[in-house]
Design a protein around this ligand. Structure first.
Ligand code: SF4
Ligand code: SF4
Length: 388
């Protein structure tokens, strides 16, 4: 059983990651995708062009053929389409740089709730119905809000302001397809993240609309506005792993995250622990499998590898420069760290649900050995996924 942590969620994170008092919020300008626009040391080459079929270069290699890029790019289509809707007219790239403004205004009448618990139950039920795989609530924590946004059109920072009355955050996670994730590293596997984003934005837009229809203010955000992982940890969705991803009980690291800021009073969840930190200490499989060695094999550090990671706190950090360079050089997304993680299982299968607690117990070493012997985490040849 996951252990719920005591004290405030904010204090939990402060202690867990030894967050210094002079901690500074992340500036969106330093995100690798944005650095590719303004930082001469980051050359995206043809990486972004590969998402446009008219410019994409296929390869005569399994997993990188036309059909693989075709499926990947089609799964990304709606996420790209919605993000481009307001890019030219309003300088808003919603979902990736800016929060969503694609909702209707909602109801002028405020639904009444007997207590925040009742509203929270309702929101969670709605989120699950709308497609969230996992959902939790935390209080807004300013530390995770971006200090500034970034305009790729003007190549300059722009202000970011979420009204301070929006004090509650509903954090959701949407699973990525397990079978497709098994084909990382391939262009085909990028379809898992594309579809994950599309399902993520569907839940976020619908949930935001639901809250507005109840008469409250709500702003939906995907990869923009605030860091999703610390919010997800505070909302009790899972634990932080060595590969810098959230590890959930229901899907392991195979989730796309999003959040809705609202003024609807909600009851915050508690962070949970089910032994991930102890397991990562003995595992290191992601670090060993990462082609550019972007994942630390040693202890959490207080110094970030470069300016694309948070500083002034102590954690495992992925070297985003190395990771992105590998993506660019191979002209494809990578998710090997997701594929090989022993927490990445199809938990719809009973055997994996039953074995899960072993990873958090004193039998973790045996679990890890067995996991390797059973061949979990091995790459599924893309042509096999296609049934060819
Ligand atoms: S996505 Fe690939 S390159 Fe990046 S950290 Fe994971 S394994 Fe390494
Ligand atoms: S692969 Fe192993 S070390 Fe890496 S995040 Fe998963 S459990 Fe932790």
């Amino acid at each position: 059983m996951p252990k719920k942590c005591r004290g405030s969620s904010r204090d939990y994170l402060t202690q867990k990651f030894i967050i210094r008092e002079d901690f500074e919020r992340f500036d969106q300008k330093y995100d690798m995708y944005n650095r590719a626009v303004w930082d001469r040391s980051v050359d995206p080459k043809n990486f972004f062009k590969s998402y446009d079929m008219s410019q994409c270069v296929f390869r005569d290699t399994e997993g990188f053929a036309q059909r693989d890029f075709a499926l990947r790019n089609s799964s990304w289509h709606l996420a790209d389409f919605t993000s481009e809707l307001k890019e030219e007219p309003e300088d808003r790239r919603e979902g990736f740089l800016d929060y969503y403004t694609l909702q209707r205004s909602g109801s002028a009448a405020k639904a009444e709730f007997s207590a925040p618990e009742a509203a929270t139950r309702l929101i969670k039920r709605a989120a699950t119905f709308l497609g969230a795989g996992v959902v939790g609530v935390c209080d807004r924590d300013e530390r995770w809000m971006y200090s500034k946004n970034y305009s790729r059109i003007k190549k300059e920072p722009k202000p970011l302001a979420i009204p301070e009355e929006l004090k509650s955050v509903v954090v959701i996670g949407v699973p990525m397809d397990h079978e497709l994730c098994r084909t990382y590293f391939s262009a085909l596997a990028g379809g898992a993240s594309g579809l994950g984003y599309v399902q993520d934005l569907t839940v976020l837009l619908s949930l935001t609309q639901f809250i507005r229809n109840l008469g409250y203010r709500a702003i939906g955000s995907m990869n923009d506005t605030a860091l999703s992982i610390p919010l997800a940890v505070q909302a009790g969705l899972g634990e932080y792993g060595r590969h810098g991803l959230l590890i959930t009980k229901a899907y392991g690291p195979r989730v796309r995250l999003g959040k809705v800021f609202t003024d609807l009073p909600l009851l915050a969840d508690r962070p949970v622990e089910f032994g991930v930190a102890h397991f990562c200490n003995i595992c290191k499989r992601c670090s060993e499998a990462c082609p550019p060695r972007a994942i630390q094999a040693d202890e959490p550090r207080s110094e970030p590898p470069n300016r694309s990671s948070l500083g002034r706190l102590t954690k495992w950090s992925v070297d985003a420069e190395r990771c992105f360079k590998f993506w660019v050089d191979s002209n494809s997304e990578c998710g090997i760290c997701i594929r090989v993680c022993p927490y990445n299982k199809d938990y719809s299968k009973r055997i994996h649900r039953m074995a899960f607690p072993l990873a958090g117990s004193f039998l973790r070493k045996a679990f890890l050995r067995l996991d390797k012997i059973m061949g979990y985490g091995k790459r599924l040849p893309p042509n096999e996924w296609w049934g060819l």
